[in-house]
Design a binder for this molecule. Sequence first.
Ligand SMILES: [Fe+2]
Length: 382
Amino acid sequence: MRDGRRKLWIIVGSMAAVGLGSAAFGYVTAGTRWVWGPVAALAVVALGEVRRLVIRKRHRGAPPVVTENARGWLRAPVTTTDLVVARYELVCPDWPGPDFRIAHVSDFHVNSHLPPDYYRAVMARVAASHPDFIFHTGDFVTKAEYAPLLPDILSAAKGRLGTFAILGNHDYWAGAAQVAAAVRASAITLLDEHPLRVAVGPGAALRIFGYEYPWRGRRWQPPHLAAGEIGLVLTHTPDNIYALRDSGMAAVFAGHYHAGQIKLPLLGPVIVPSSYGRRFDHGHFVFGAPGQHTHLFVTAGVGAAMPRFRILCQPDIFVVDVRGREIQKPGFSEKPGWGALARRHHSSPSEPGHPPKPSGFTECSCAAAAITEKMKSALLAV
Ligand SMILES: [Fe+2]
């Protein structure tokens, strides 16, 4: 049974059991019609969950092609520093340039409750993926007193073509000026309201936007992209996807939710700080009509805040490999940093003679769903 359907049955079944049990207990002990109040409330919650699952399924993207250190639930309930690295592959047919790799990291919440060595280990893992770009999507600290620690931690990894950042709500609440100064001192480009253009190859450039609404800036104004450009957006809250999704951006990178930070077995996160509840709590989602896809990547972040621990919710960083339409290009796994991991997770033999299947490539479709088995073998065998 698919994971979403199993969760749906668990949620609906749990609600029904609790509601009917409450009603029966209340009827037997009190004999009043008001016992149906809790039943109605639970029914509303259950219907909301059904709606959430339907919407989530509609926008669900492909899972990561490789994950490192992902653990099953209940095996280690306290997961505060149990870092996962997830690698995604993204095909953007409009991209005319060479393949490139993005390391997406978010929500450090640097504080004294986690050892500095943990943060350094996170950045060492980012550096080990050999990214062309590093995107930081905010919440570096929860208190300004920890901002001076940032340069030592963050400067340990640099993107070959650039390292970019925005601030999160906690950075603004702690003191945006101090945090911004520390981020800049880490040799990171802090994005303001003006996008940056980064040439990646002849006639190919990225437009990288920072969008910190609602903590700073105005409502999103759809930008103009020149030929040979694709747009990438760094934003703290994934809630902004509904403003960004129809503006021609290839991908949006966000954090903020911490994937709920505390999860219940089978039921998932208890609280997600979003106007849309748990709809897009974590992972990869796809928006827009075919030909105009905008991809949303929501990382769980690497830190913890309020509370300062994680339960059944591992921190993670995303590594996103982006490429254009051509399917005969060398695989991403030829980039250093993933060879041993790919061998460990993908040991199935290649299929010689199996022809490539270009028909699966739609606009910005995810490579994990589109590439053939032969291409997978080529990508993952080092
Ligand atoms: Fe955060």
